[in-house]
Design a protein around this ligand. Structure first.
Ligand SMILES: Cc1ncc(COP(=O)(O)O)c(C=O)c1O
Length: 442
């Protein structure tokens, strides 16, 4: 088909697909008027740790497809689990009914999560799991006749998804300011960029205990804030303060869960036992959209009462507990042990630390700070002026070299797959160095 004279001739498969894409798809967190100019990667397939675009170019997935993919793409065992479940049933409702695949998943997860005697309320995305957590925490108190505990404490820099509840807990940014009139107020302690954050959080918990339904934190790493990290003891102290004052502790492990920080859940390192926990992203190995809100027995039992009674949690999504997701998630959990994934994470994280220290040391004044827990890493660039878009340009230069990276502002996020090899870790840091040198003139 010949394009009309005012349209450019699109020669590569990439350009043709991007044009088709921009004509009908609306991408999240993306200014669509510059979408095509920013040279998006147009994926057609994958091969293990690499993505293959419509022109056959390969990219090492160094962002784990926005922090969801754990073991890689086309994992034979996960593919097989999906095939086996699809021959049984793809989806049935969990509202008032059950399905075997979901029961088996919850049974497998129960002994592995840090929540005491857990019950799982499934959802499809992290934000929905957080929303459920907020509502559960609120109703937990009202079910017991306590109507004054109706506020939440969240941290500076927090990100908990982009539903209205999520952005209320969140500390703004990412263009959410436009929704300020919709956001409900929360009590705000500082984030992990402030070394005194836990002292302030504990003081606020003590001072406002009577009003607080829950404290919501991302244990150990505030991901979307730019990979700000804290020490486990600080998180533990905040957990203790919640316990002491009877405030529910919600651990949002949507990003930190499933091995990213070197343990299955970051809460384990912090020695906290959350009353409520949210998981998502890596739950299905990044294959399918599944998340969950996990409630401790104490929380769950506050909802028990007469059939159709008001203590019931009147909340549930159409695809809650989807059987295909559940089957893949259960097999994924088994693979963590079979492949000894956590040992690999810790070993690769050690290598990444050494390589990034050298990389940063060789580029003083250009690389500001490297923050990391396990394989969750943020490399903060230090542009000499505003508006230079170093983060975006460095990632684009890395993509041209076949390593897929994506920034948060001027923080380059490095989130290697949990099964990365030493060579892949080295390749990521080498390419990052070349990209920084190209863009920042080092
Ligand atoms: C800590 C945390 N909570 C919640 C979310 C929202 O998850 P989703 O994007 O699946 O809605 C994210 C996403 O990055 C996150 O990092």
């Amino acid at each position: 088909m010949t394009p009309p004279p005012d349209q450019p001739l699109l020669t590569s498969a990439h350009d043709r697909w991007v044009a088709r894409d921009a004509a009908v798809v609306w991408h999240g967190f993306t200014q669509m008027s510059s979408y095509a100019e920013n040279q998006p990667v147009m994926v057609e397939s994958a091969d293990g740790h690499e993505l293959i675009d419509v022109d056959g170019n390969r990219y090492l997935d160094a962002i784990s497809s926005l922090w969801v993919t754990t073991l890689g793409h086309n994992v034979p065992e996960l593919d097989q689990a999906l095939r086996e479940q699809i021959d049984k049933v793809a989806h049935t409702t969990l509202l008032g009914n059950g399905n075997r695949a979901t029961v088996e998943l919850a049974e497998a997860l129960a002994p592995r999560v840090p929540v005491p005697e857990p019950h799982f309320l499934f959802a499809s995305d992290g934000a929905a799991a957080v929303e459920q957590a907020l509502k559960i925490a609120f109703q937990y108190w009202t079910n017991q006749g306590v109507t004054t505990r109706n506020r939440y404490l969240a941290l500076g820099g927090a990100y908990h998804g982009d539903t209205v509840g999520g952005i209320s807990l969140g500390d703004g940014g990412f263009g959410t300011d436009v929704f300020d009139p919709l956001r409900f107020a929360v009590l705000r302690a500082p984030g992990y960029d402030d070394p005194g954050w836990a002292d302030t959080a504990c003081a606020l918990i003590a001072a406002h205990a009577d009003e607080l339904a829950a404290v919501v934190i991302e244990p150990l790493v505030q991901g979307a804030a730019g990979m700000w990290v804290t020490d486990p003891q600080s998180v533990e102290r905040v957990g203790d303060a919640c316990h002491e004052h009877g405030v529910l502790l919600v651990a949002d492990e949507v990003a930190t869960g499933f091995g990213r920080t070197g343990t299955l859940f970051a809460s384990e390192q912090c020695r906290i036992r959350p009353d409520i926990m949210t998981i998502g992203k890596g739950l299905t190995g990044g294959y399918l959209p599944m998340a969950a809100t996990i409630a401790s027995r104490r929380v769950y039992e506050a909802f028990l009462g007469p059939d159709l009674g008001e203590r019931t949690f009147y909340h549930g999504h159409s695809f809650s507990g989807n059987a295909l997701c559940a089957a893949v998630a259960r097999r994924h959990l088994e693979l963590f042990d079979e492949l000894d994934v956590l040992t690999n994470v810790r070993e690769r994280a050690g290598e990444l630390a050494i390589l990034l220290e050298k990389f940063a040391g060789e580029r003083p004044g250009v690389v500001g700070d490297v923050r990391r827990r396990g394989l969750m890493t943020g490399v903060e660039l230090a542009p000499p002026a505003d508006g230079l878009r170093w983060g975006r340009l460095v990632c684009a230069a890395a993509v041209r070299r076949g390593v897929l990276l994506r920034p948060l502002g001027d923080v380059v996020i490095v989130m290697p797959l949990l099964t990365s090899t030493p060579d892949e870790i080295e390749r990521i840091v080498t390419v990052l160095g070349e990209a920084v040198d190209e863009v920042c003139g080092t």
